[in-house]
Design a protein around this ligand. Structure first.
Ligand code: PAF
Length: 278
């Protein structure tokens, strides 16, 4: 655990004294994390940030070893945002060598993103539950860019009676639409141009109201990007119920999440947009 800057404790109107909000992160903090920290400060008197690149949520062929680790810059961001506590454990501190028990994300953890990343959501839920048990916040704040992760964390909190209020924070985008992600720094300038197809596809889909039309419009943009240089390789595009991540049918009314995952070069990107179907 690293120091307490002591700046997070000023009383703010509408915020219950003595409350604590946690923003769990894997570091490489960017403007999206800053917005989550600011959102956390609207919900609690004190704000803690955890920084931990969780080995359990990376598959054997994924980018665990090259995932950006920028602790000094991250601590500066936390200090500038008035974070009162940064919790940055090592893997050895987090996991016993003979660890046996973890959280299962159930069937919902095996669909959509989970079908491309087996075990990923089990690893996410296990570390999130451990972080909640260690830090014991009243509120935990997660980005809505990881929409299925957020839905599963809400499910875990409901299913396991975890005493925390989960708050979702809006995705922050570059002016050209690219959703902020710690992995964007892997993109070459040419990759970045191709990567714009993800957010462009979501915007194209959002121009329609029937699920079939939404998916057709979004696919058209992604299909064009598969012929770009460098090409985009689509993992999935789905229009799903935001709480269960099962695909919506044509008679669906209310909110649906249009979610996409694709690879550009060696970088895998995800994005989503919540649409309201009339
Ligand atoms: O979204 C992330 O950064 C991670 O999945 C989380 C929630 C910090 C768990 O490692």
């Amino acid at each position: 655990m690293t120091g307490d800057t002591g700046t997070g404790g000023a009383a703010r109107p509408g915020v219950a004294p003595g409350t604590l909000a946690l923003v769990p992160t894997m570091g490489a903090l960017h403007e999206g994390h800053r917005s989550l920290i600011r959102l956390a400060r609207e919900h609690a008197e004190h704000v803690a940030v955890s920084i931990f690149v969780n080995p359990l949520q990376f598959g054997p062929a994924e980018d665990f070893s090259r995932y950006p680790r920028t602790m000094e810059a991250d601590l500066e961001v936390c200090a500038a945002e008035g974070v009162g506590l940064v919790f940055a454990p090592s893997a050895a501190e987090m996991y016993l060598p003979d660890r046996q028990v973890g959280v299962s994300a159930g069937t919902m953890g095996t669909i959509v993103e989970g079908s491309f990343r087996p075990g990923h959501f089990d690893g996410v839920l296990t570390v999130v539950l451990k972080l909640l048990n260690l830090v014991r916040p009243h509120v935990a704040v997660f980005g809505r860019k990881d929409a299925q992760q957020l839905a599963l964390i809400r499910r875990m909190v409901a299913d396991l009676d975890v005493p925390v209020t989960v708050v979702g924070g809006a995705t922050v985008r570059e002016p050209d639409g690219l959703a902020l992600s710690s992995r964007n720094r892997y993109l070459s300038p040419a990759d970045r141009v191709t990567a714009l197809a993800l957010s462009a596809a979501l915007r194209a889909g959002a121009g329609h109201t029937r699920p079939a039309d939404i998916l057709r419009a979004a696919h058209a943009v992604l299909d064009a990007a598969t012929a770009a240089d460098p090409p985009l390789t689509l993992d999935y595009l789905t229009l799903a119920d935001p709480a269960t991540f099962t695909p919506v049918t044509d008679d669906h009314r209310g909110e649906a999440v249009l979610a996409v995952a694709a690879r550009v070069g060696a970088t895998r990107l995800i994005d989503n947009m919540v649409l309201t179907l009339p």
